[in-house]
Design a protein around this ligand. Structure first.
Ligand SMILES: *[C@@H]1O[C@H](CO)[C@@H](O)[C@H](O)[C@H]1NC(C)=O
Ligand SMILES: *[C@@H]1O[C@H](CO)[C@@H](O)[C@H](O)[C@H]1NC(C)=O
Ligand SMILES: *[C@@H]1O[C@H](CO)[C@@H](O)[C@H](O)[C@H]1NC(C)=O
Ligand SMILES: *[C@@H]1O[C@H](CO)[C@@H](O)[C@H](O)[C@H]1NC(C)=O
Ligand SMILES: *[C@@H]1O[C@H](CO)[C@@H](O)[C@H](O)[C@H]1NC(C)=O
Ligand SMILES: *[C@@H]1O[C@H](CO)[C@@H](O)[C@H](O)[C@H]1NC(C)=O
Ligand SMILES: *[C@@H]1O[C@H](CO)[C@@H](O)[C@H](O)[C@H]1NC(C)=O
Ligand SMILES: *[C@@H]1O[C@H](CO)[C@@H](O)[C@H](O)[C@H]1NC(C)=O
Ligand SMILES: *[C@@H]1O[C@H](CO)[C@@H](O)[C@H](O)[C@H]1NC(C)=O
Ligand SMILES: *[C@@H]1O[C@H](CO)[C@@H](O)[C@H](O)[C@H]1NC(C)=O
Ligand SMILES: *[C@@H]1O[C@H](CO)[C@@H](O)[C@H](O)[C@H]1NC(C)=O
Ligand SMILES: *[C@@H]1O[C@H](CO)[C@@H](O)[C@H](O)[C@H]1NC(C)=O
Length: 467
């Protein structure tokens, strides 16, 4: 436990303690004796907040900024030492110990310290914490708002509802873990406001929200300075990935129609998350990330379009921009297939979308107050929208945007066509719950430099339900 004193003293002033030092103690105690030990406490949270929009005036506006801001990140070439390792299956350096190859980060015996080590780390982890807090509130809100009968009509039984409740408990743990890493100013739980009106819409919202929570973390995980924090975050985000898949199964979707799970930049996750936070406590720690103008898909694919090949399926079929949750009538399974009825381990429902499918889009222009207390302002550094970026699995690809009406003030309207490409032969890249955005350019980007897309984002992202 003394190993973690630096972290413990950092947390000395907050009413919750680090799970890490105590976690180690538990492991020792259970192997050494049968004595029962008490686990570290979880961070306290509200069990019920009103779920209403914010209607006041924010006391502050805009993202967190440093005293100095640069003009942008220019793309450099390949780092000189990036290609020097021979990668030939032989050992090229002395082994530091038997069976131990040279190299690695955090492998030289120095004591791990589970903290944030840069602004990048702090802001990324704080964003992840905002996400854990909303999930905790969301899962419980659905269970509270809809009756056992409502869930039954959507194909979910008591055990399924218990699983959703257990997911909420997992979020208590995740929120505690990240709070302990961040310390005393860790963001607190806020008040939220959700767009769903029935169980189907609730499940769709959860499925899409957990997707951008998961993808938002994949986007920054390998970029963290703190490998220690990255290790713990990996162990919580893999749980979130399971939640996302279970919500897909609850909807009757094919559980995992892709070979790779997509990552997105932090500002994309924040853009998608912020609209559902109505207000935060007065001393809330603010975030540095950008809120882009909202993007609405006017014909979002859904289980109701499975097997269809019509371009005009369900125009204006969403209840929200950004997440683009599909509108569902009460009491229907929402499915196009009579054999499908709610929750199932897997189902061959067929493709929800298809290459060449015409996608109708509508987007806002910048300058709108969004997020906690409407205190963040949407912005873009991009010029006129020319492309739609499709961010899925390992790929970023672009299709031309056909603008049909851009009023120049509050909204734009346009179309594009779903592209046709594979990650590897046999794996259609555009599938699953993925992301699109309107951009002014089509730079070549790969998963590790995707955030360089941000200066080109005109509006979005939107969650696109390709499959
Ligand atoms: C992103 O990385 C790829 C290599 O993986 C490179 O070809 C591309 O130029 C990079 N994009 C930018 C904008 O630097
Ligand atoms: C181990 O690596 C860390 C990070 O590179 C370094 O700060 C530390 O000095 C190293 N410790 C030893 C004993 O070499
Ligand atoms: C905000 O105030 C509460 C109550 O005094 C305190 O517990 C919390 O740590 C503060 N949060 C921040 C981010 O300063
Ligand atoms: C759907 O049912 C819920 C209660 O289960 C109700 O609150 C909501 O208003 C209904 N929506 C519509 C569109 O009928
Ligand atoms: C947001 O609203 C809450 C609740 O009304 C208030 O306590 C808090 O100070 C507000 N924060 C900002 C930044 O306006
Ligand atoms: C439903 O599926 C059938 C084929 O199974 C298809 O012909 C029809 O267009 C689909 N309906 C919609 C609304 O997509
Ligand atoms: C879709 O909604 C927009 C306004 O958001 C409206 O102008 C348009 O007519 C609607 N289209 C259909 C087919 O309902
Ligand atoms: C997505 O994957 C599912 C499962 O393999 C498949 O049935 C469907 O055709 C795919 N959709 C697209 C758009 O390729
Ligand atoms: C859908 O729209 C695309 C692009 O406009 C067009 O090429 C295709 O033929 C359309 N498909 C159908 C079934 O109308
Ligand atoms: C574009 O939108 C404006 C305002 O809604 C409307 O007056 C105009 O007719 C639209 N133009 C087209 C080409 O649809
Ligand atoms: C946007 O511009 C159109 C056409 O000039 C105008 O009719 C409309 O009122 C404007 N909307 C806003 C929100 O300013
Ligand atoms: C993306 O898709 C193209 C075309 O299928 C492929 O050549 C490329 O290697 C893929 N991967 C990445 C990381 O761009």
């Amino acid at each position: 436990m003394w190993n973690f004193l630096p972290l413990l003293s950092l947390l000395g002033s907050v009413p919750f303690v680090s799970a890490i030092p105590n976690g180690i103690v538990i492991a020792r105690a259970t192997t050494a004796s049968s004595a029962s030990v008490s686990a570290p406490p979880v961070r306290s949270y509200q069990s019920s907040e009103p779920h209403t929009p914010f209607s006041g005036t924010p006391s502050t506006t805009g993202a967190l900024t440093a005293s100095s801001i640069g003009t942008g990140i220019s793309s450099g070439g390949v780092a000189p030492d990036a290609t020097t390792y021979p990668s030939d299956g032989k050992l090229h350096n002395a082994e530091p110990a038997p069976y131990v190859p040279a190299g690695g980060v955090g492998t030289n015996g120095s004591t791990p310290v589970y903290n944030a080590k840069s602004d990048f780390d702090y802001e990324s982890l704080a964003l992840a914490l905002y996400q854990e807090w909303i999930e905790l509130d969301l899962f419980r809100d659905g269970l509270k708002r809809f009756s056992a009968e409502d869930f039954k009509a959507a194909g979910l039984n008591a055990a399924d509802r218990d699983l959703i409740e257990f997911m909420a408990e997992q979020e208590v743990g995740h929120a505690t873990l990240i709070s302990n890493i961040l310390g005393a100013q860790a963001p607190q739980q806020c008040a939220y406001n959700y767009p769903y009106t029935n169980v189907h819409e609730f499940l769709d919202f959860c499925q899409k929200l957990t997707r951008f929570g998961e993808a938002g973390v994949y986007g920054f995980l390998a970029h963290l300075d703190s490998r220690e924090a990255a290790t713990l975050l990996t162990q919580s985000i893999t749980t979130e990935a399971r939640q996302q898949m279970i919500f897909r199964q609850f909807q009757g979707l094919f559980p995992m129609p892709v070979w790779f799970e997509v990552g997105i930049p932090q500002s994309w996750a924040w853009t998608l998350l912020a609209p559902y936070i109505s207000s935060c406590p007065s001393n809330q720690t603010r975030l540095v990330w950008q809120n882009f103008p909202a993007l609405r898909i006017l014909n979002q694919p859904s289980i109701a379009t499975a097997g269809g090949t019509s371009n005009s399926t369900g125009l204006n079929n969403t209840i929200s921009s950004g997440t683009n949750v599909v509108k569902s009538p009460n009491g229907s399974s929402g499915s196009n297939s009579s054999s499908d009825c709610g929750a199932t381990v897997t189902s061959d429902i067929g493709a929800l979308s298809f290459p060449g499918r015409q996608v109708a889009l509508q987007w806002e222009t910048a300058g709108k107050g969004v997020g906690p207390n409407n205190s963040y302002i949407t912005s873009t550094q991009a010029k006129t929208g020319k492309y739609v970026a499709w961010v899925s699995q390992l790929n970023v690809t672009y299709t031309p945007l056909r603008v049909v009406n851009s009023t120049g003030n509050s909204t734009g309207r346009g179309y594009t066509s779903q592209p046709d490409l594979e990650t590897y032969q046999g794996d259609p890249a555009i599938n699953g719950t993925m992301f699109i955005a309107i951009t002014d350019d089509n730079p070549v980007l790969t998963p590790f430099n995707l955030s360089l897309i941000n200066p080109h984002v005109v509006a979005g992202p939107a969650v696109y339900q390709a499959g």
